[in-house]
Design a protein. Structure first.
Length: 125
């Protein structure tokens, strides 16, 4: 009788252990998602917003004499904040795939990727 009861308890413990294992696997997957996708997305969004929000007050865009040189400098500043052209490139690609609702300045990404390539060529030569 003691052996039968122990076997029944072991079956119950297996279910509990399986539930804990599934919970830890889910937690690990969520952590990996945040580390590989969400963190780089939020870094790009913060860097882009910091540069472009400096031009607006109360939601209104201030007059800005935008020359090609100043626009390039702004984008180079963003790329530098993101860790340089190599690291910024894959972070920008993640940002570019996000919907417009959460990535409002997504239209700037192709230009920034071009500047990344230019910066890499300058560094390489």
């Amino acid at each position: 009788m003691g052996v039968e009861r122990r076997v029944e308890n072991d079956k119950g413990l297996r279910g509990v252990h399986a539930a804990w294992a599934a919970g830890f696997a889910l937690l690990g997957t969520l952590g990996l998602f945040c580390w590989l996708l969400l963190a780089p997305f939020l870094q790009v969004r913060a860097a882009v917003m910091a540069v472009y929000a400096a031009r607006s007050v109360g939601g209104l865009t201030l007059p800005h004499t935008c020359t090609l040189a100043s626009a390039t400098r702004e984008k180079e500043e963003i790329i530098t904040r993101l860790g340089g052209p190599g690291r910024a490139e894959w972070k920008l690609r993640i940002y570019a795939q996000a919907p417009e609702l959460v990535a409002p300045l997504r239209s700037q990404v192709p230009r920034m990727l071009t500047i990344c390539k230019m910066m890499q060529k300058r560094a390489g030569s």
